[in-house]
Ligand binder design. Structure first.
Ligand code: ZN
Length: 241
C-alpha cells in the first residue's frame, strides 16, 4: 500500500509494509536516499496508519530534508563560495577569501566556514578544508573520548585517538586499546559521534560484540540503536565524499 503524507507545503510518499513483529506501534524509517518506509502491525487500518504517520510528520520531514542535503554533499564537490559542507551534522556555507601569499586557514563563523586561501581555486580550498577537518576531528574526538571515559568505570585513562581515513568503517579498537577513528566522522551529527566513541570504549571492556558488550552500550547510551541507524544511513554518503 502506498500513501502520501502532507505536512505544510510538503508531501512525502511512503510504502506501508506489514510486519509480524509489531503489535501496536508503527515503525517509521527514513532510508538512505530519503525513502520513507512505514512498517505496521498486520491488519492495522489505513486510517490508523495515516494518523500514526501524521503524528511524526515533523520528524519525518526533517529527516528527509537532512538526507537531501547529505545527498547533495555526495555529488562532486566544487569548493566554491556558497557550497554547503557538513560539520557535526550541521551545514555550513563556504565563504572564500582569496589572499595572495597567505597561509591556508579555515574559521567557523556564524552559519558558515570562512576559508582563506592564497589562490582560492577548488584544490586550494579543498586542501584547506581537509586539514581543518582533520585538526577539528582530532581535538573534538579526544575531548569527547576523555569526557566519556571519565564516566566509564573500566577505563582508567582515556586512550589516545588516532585518525585514519577508511572506506568502510567509522572506528576500530585494537586489542591493545588504541582507538582509531575515521576523520569523516566529524561531519556526522554529535549523537552519532558519541555512539561511535562509546562503542569503541566499550570494546576496552569487551573485545567482541557479545551480549555483555551490548548491555554496556545499553547502560551508557540507551538510544544507541537510533544513532547507529542514522549513522548507517549516512555512511554511504559521508564515507565516499
Ligand atoms: Zn565493535
Amino acid at each position: 500500500m502506498r500513501l502520501t503524507l502532507r505536512y505544510g507545503a510538503k508531501t512525502a510518499e511512503y510504502e506501508v509494509r506489514e510486519s509480524a513483529r509489531l503489535r501496536t506501534k508503527l515503525r517509521i524509517q527514513v532510508e538512505p536516499g530519503g525513502v520513507l518506509v512505514v512498517e505496521a502491525p498486520a491488519g492495522a487500518s489505513e486510517s490508523k496508519i495515516r494518523a500514526g504517520v501524521q503524528k511524526r510528520a515533523r520528524w519525518i520531514m526533517d529527516h528527509i530534508d537532512r538526507f537531501e542535503a547529505y545527498r547533495r554533499h555526495a555529488l562532486p564537490r566544487e569548493y566554491c563560495g556558497g557550497e554547503a559542507h557538513f560539520y557535526l551534522g550541521r551545514r555550513h556555507k563556504l565563504k572564500i577569501i582569496v589572499q595572495p601569499g597567505a597561509a591556508r586557514s579555515v574559521r567557523l563563523i556564524a552559519g558558515g566556514l570562512e576559508v582563506t586561501a592564497p589562490l582560492g581555486d577548488a584544490d586550494d580550498v579543498r586542501l584547506a578544508l581537509q586539514r581543518w577537518y582533520r585538526n577539528r576531528a582530532l581535538s573534538y574526538f579526544n575531548l569527547r573520548t576523555a569526557r566519556l571515559a571519565a564516566e566509564l568505570p573500566w577505563v582508567e585513562a582515556p586512550p589516545p585517538v588516532r585518525l585514519l581515513k577508511m572506506k568502510r568503517y567509522w572506528g576500530s579498537c585494537s586489542p591493545h586499546g588504541a582507538i582509531t577513528l575515521n576523520p569523516a566522522l566529524i561531519k556526522a551529527p554529535i549523537h552519532c559521534v558519541e555512539y561511535v566513541l562509546l562503542h569503541e570504549l566499550c570494546h576496552l571492556a569487551e573485545h567482541n560484540h557479545s551480549p555483555r558488550f551490548y548491555s554496556l552500550l545499553d547502560r551508557h547510551m540507551p538510544k544507541w540503536r537510533e544513532a547507529k541507524e542514522e549513522l548507517d544511513s549516512l555512511s554511504e554518503i559521508l564515507l565516499v565524499a
